[in-house]
Design a protein around this ligand. Sequence first.
Ligand code: SF4
Length: 402
Amino acid sequence: MNLTGMQIFKYLPGAKKAEGTNCKKCGCPTCMAYALKLAKKQADIEKCPHIPAELKEKFAESSKVQQHEIKLSQTLITGGENVMYRHDKTFVHPTVAAIELDSDDKDFDKKLDKIAAYEIERIGEKFKIDAIYLTGQNIETATKKIEAKNIAVISQNSPFKIIKGSDINELETLSKEAIFLGEKDIILEYDFKNLPKAVEQLTLIRRAAILRRHEPLTYPVMVRFPKDLDSLEIVAAASVLICRYANIIVLPEFDEATVSTLFTLRQNIYTNPQKPLQVEAKVYEFNEPDKNAPILLTTNFALTYFAVAGELEALPFGSYLVVTPSDGMSVLTAWSADKFTAELVARSVKNYGLLEKVNTRKIIIPGLLAHMQEELQEAMPEWQIVTGTIEACQIPEFLKQS
Ligand code: SF4
């Protein structure tokens, strides 16, 4: 792990009130300020004449890279992870989704067009296939065609070195040799045999990288699935390996159902747990609502918003959705954290200009907040507060009946 400012400070004169305390020779006003800068790698450890050898050693160790970043294209980077578990902090670069294509395939252009045309939107984010793993003899021409479609290429001609191995020992040995020969950008291609073995080996590799910073294994790991797996086996294996610990997965062929499933999972794993997904708090309009269209209310938690918005978009009539500023919290979490109060709802309805847009004075609140109905009624006496559904999928039926 990286040393924190406090861990560094313990070694400095300032912590022990020893000679040199806050002497400023390092260019910082205090030992603590220097420790904080060192922790952020914004200062030179040689600037302080009182640094003990033990701290220099620990600092050098903690400054080693945990996992190298490799550029697959101008815009696509893989690697760079620095924690074992997402909840420790966050994962950095989502697992790259690549499809294997044979550059000699007579249907190459057709297959490439189909891959390039694919796009899926989930919770406001758009996903496309990230890369093509290119085989065959016609690599140069095929690379140009792929790059013209803004898709990254992974092949024997790539500027990074691909090392293939069937276990951690083989990959470590080959990686050491490559480093010795001066290779800087390396991708470790793990030869997939079965899922339990793959999970075990990829976990060992990731532990060696993140926890021990063992240089030969501090490179992104790619898993290429064999062609004899059926689509269900691929979805199962790829899902597990997106969680543990593939930086790149290469699917033997393009299948829309498979990649849609994997993108949805990947999006969940690679969101930052410290930053809830949220949408802008405002009034959203669906299907050109008129002044008498129904009005619903929810928080700005992205998952909630998109679940409700999906239902409203599909209705044959217009509607409004008031989204309150609730720090990206779901309805009940926001309520329990005082981020969804009657005053806030009343203020949102007033400030977002809803009153000028509608004639109706009826607003539908989430079913989970039924207990707030009375409180809301008091805060918004001119409105009729109606308790709606608990699940978003029940909204169409509820609106038809109300
Ligand atoms: Fe503290 Fe060293 Fe900086 Fe002096 S040079 S203020 S002892 S950190």
